[in-house]
Design a protein around this ligand. Sequence first.
Ligand SMILES: Cc1cc2nc3c(=O)[nH]c(=O)nc-3n(C[C@H](O)[C@H](O)[C@H](O)COP(=O)(O)OP(=O)(O)OC[C@H]3O[C@@H](n4cnc5c(N)ncnc54)[C@H](O)[C@@H]3O)c2cc1C
Length: 1009
Amino acid sequence: MTPLQNEIEHRGKRIFELVDKNPESLFSKAGFYQRLMTLSMRDEQLKLQLFRFVAVLPSLHTSDEIIEHLQEYFADGHESRKVAQFLGAGIRLAGIVPWISGPILRWNVSEMARQFIAGRNPNDVMRTLRKRRTQNIGFTVDLLGEAVVSETEADEYAARYLDLLEGLARETKNWTDALKKNSELFPLVNLSVKISALYSQISPDDPAETIAHLAPKLRPLLRRARELGAFINFDMESYAHKNSTLELFKTVFTEEEFRDWPHAGIVIQAYLRDSDADLRDLIEWGRARGTRFAVRLVKGAYWDYETTKSRQNGWDCPVYLQKPESDANFETLTRLLLENESIVTSAFGSHNVRSIAHAQALAEQLGIDRSRFEFQLLYGMAGPIKRALVEMGYRVREYCPVGELLPGMSYLVRRLLENTSNEGFLRAKFSENVPAEELLRDPREILRGSRNGVLPPPNATTNMTATTPKTQPGAHYENAPLTNFALPENQEKMRAALREQRKQFGGKVPLTINGEKIWTDKMFSSVNPSQPDQIVGYAAEAGIPEAERAVAAARAAFEKWRRTSFEERCQLLERAAEILERRRFELSALEVFEVGKPWAEADGDIREAIDFCTFYARQMRLIGRPRLTQNVPGEESYQHYWPRGVALVIAPWNFPMAILCGMVSAALVTGNTVIMKPSEQSVIIGAMLMEIYEEAGVPPGVLNFLNGKGSVIGAHMVDHKDVDLIAFTGSREVGLWIWESAGKTREGQRELKRVICEMGGKNAMIVDSDADLDEAIVDSIYSAFGFQGQKCSALSRLIVLEENYDRVMERLLGAAASVRVGNPEEPGIMVGPVIDEAAYRRILDYIEVGKNEATLAYQAKELPPHGYFVPPTIFTGLKPNMRIACEEIFGPVLSVIKVRDLDEAIEVANGTDYALTGGFFSRSPANIERIKAQLEAGNVYINRPCTGAIVGRHPFGGFKMSGGGTKAGGKDYLLNFLIPRVVTENVARHGLTPEKTPEYCDEFLWPKH
Ligand SMILES: Cc1cc2nc3c(=O)[nH]c(=O)nc-3n(C[C@H](O)[C@H](O)[C@H](O)COP(=O)(O)OP(=O)(O)OC[C@H]3O[C@@H](n4cnc5c(N)ncnc54)[C@H](O)[C@@H]3O)c2cc1C
């Protein structure tokens, strides 16, 4: 054993002795809290339900509501009896007479919350702080409620921080440092701030803007803190905010005014793989600055969130996945901090006795006096450890959250999760009585053991998502990852791509027919909607003769392409996917200029195109080989598919690459030949797709690229006898015309034309009375105004229950007013320009209609001076039958409709011609079940935005007047492009029958080539 390990064990055991001298169960509060903890540690699923219930409780207003939710959350569960006992008021959940006093339950939960929340307000918290003072425990105070949805809320927070600071300084005027040594390093008043509470529009892709906005907000607070001799700490939140927080810290504290101020600190999270580099960078910065600063080292509070988020987006997980890795890294960073003690003051934020004892032992080894660093622990947790540390002569500071229960719910749930985590120290020590030797083991040794297979690698069962049911075998498909714009290297790549694209402005693209580049007399210009005087590119325009040539080329190429093996066709799509990935930033940048997409939206569009290629290739492999229909002796009957023929693809501009590429790829992989006609507004992106498929090796004639007017060449080809299939996404007007026209049989026509038709929506989201408004507001605003409301899935009717209406509206209007409108070339913009002048005028006309019909509740005032910018607008006072509540506007206009109850909400939501997307915000399991069953929409989204469908995960498409019921990105989509065929052979010869018939046979291809 190394001397250091020896010392750690010695110190650790001493802490345990002291802890055991004043024993206190982790779950010391008897009654409700203790029972909650015990019950939730028994069963992960039950824990999930219990914590969800705890989270919704503060938003329930009446006893009846509380009882209803209780019934819904627990009545059917296998543990319902135990839950009933735990709730302890004699309720009979599965019984007939549910009775419980709602207020008692609410009181229980607020009492539990008070265990972790040090006070409701600054006055309240002082009682706690005074008490701690007598125990020689210092404080850092934090204001609860990190999720602000608007700048009004953010400003209120900033003001409250300032008040808190003043109050604390006043109240502690005559207090002195507990250790009376090196006290100049540790001001008594210590305030912890969260940047997300000070700015509602933090955008991970735009740290510079975040800093520009937050620095002026912080300066008055910092200035006052300095005057009052206080200390300010920047807390660390999710990974997406990490770089901005670090940059903000370094920027502000390098400014002349604060450069020589030593009382600033920041948090480093040891569970992050980046943390070592970040800490080294901070120390280097600190040395260059020449003034001390402080770092609170923690493991990190968002482990479940980070692992879930990165899995959803296909990102490398930023956190370690094995608990001892975080522990070991905590120790590495402890050493780094202590070795740089001359510039950085350390605070170790941990309840883990091993981590604490390691810091103590190492400091001793390095000769650092114990008054020169501190241990920080959370209010309401690990009381005996705090007392032990004080007794050992260490500095102890308690992190004291202040605020009301509702904004404090996410903090409370984080603490409950931490206390019940399978992998947490507190549970191991105080609930499961794991022996001291085990608890004090070197995490590196545990890791080595795990790598040698001595221990099973720790799994992620602390993670709530681990309880979700497994998917069907074979159903797993991996999407391409989204670009993580929180990473500086990706921000830089995007900026470089934008610069590069600018240089390409004014380029010309030809038509492509039968592999030939065709230039025509007419050129079409495609402009940047943010600056219409900028021409992104010119495209040759096709007329009827070119359309005829394209149809003939596609028809001629069909015979060979249909006989090309599906495997070759799949590989073509996969090569296209690789090229799309390689050119990803370039294409995203082009979308920013050609259609006004914000960065993340443009990237999402390219990602979706990649997904369509890989997903359809995978689907084709699943259905490509002829498959035995039934196993009977003497007969072989195989079903397989033939392509339909020549496919005409007509795509819109709003997902200029994804939708075009999706329809084209589905048609190609199924063996059809294609004429693709992108929208006139996004023709340069369309030409890029042609280029990509050519590079991928599409044979001449198999894919043809025509640019031209829909009313001229589109109409001509829809009616053409040699076109067998039309895949269309666009307006209702054109879609219905295609549907009708394709139904007429023309002379010489071979096939009944198949139409795949995706049209618009008038999408509604309902906000239930118990909805989590932090989520509902942010998601509604994004669904309505993201990409200027120009998604067919966009929210256009927000239906709010009257009980909740005032609360929702107050926050919704504030949030709308905070949205960033501007040129999407800048990162972090939510609302850019609409696509063209016609759209601009049409949407403004609708706004006028709205002003006449309803009440204008909000309209943005500040817009860029040039470009087709329409102000985000919200109407209230609507009747469901008004024009703006019924007609598709396709712009940033949101109608809010107030309803009595959920019955009326569903009636209004379903009362339009459309059925594309729909959403619901609620925490009532029964109401959620009802919506799942009754909302008329092709894609129903619960407690999340109603836009952003992901290939394979959310097959997309609607019914009624929204579309023909097909699902792009779904497993049955390719069947629309195919004709099923069955080949049956009698294989019995004079009673001789083969014993076994294979389930699949080779493709029927003749002649093979
Ligand atoms: C005073 C104070 C202030 C804090 N401020 C912040 C802050 O600003 N930002 C912040 O994010 N956190 C903060 N925390 C940390 C956080 O809230 C937890 O309290 C802390 O991570 C628990 O660590 P521990 O050493 O006490 O317990 P332990 O039980 O030793 O460690 C638990 C931690 O290990 C990590 N972990 C769990 N499972 C795994 C796994 N499978 N793989 C890898 N790692 C895993 C997680 O970080 C988890 O929280 C603060 C903590 C304190 C005490």
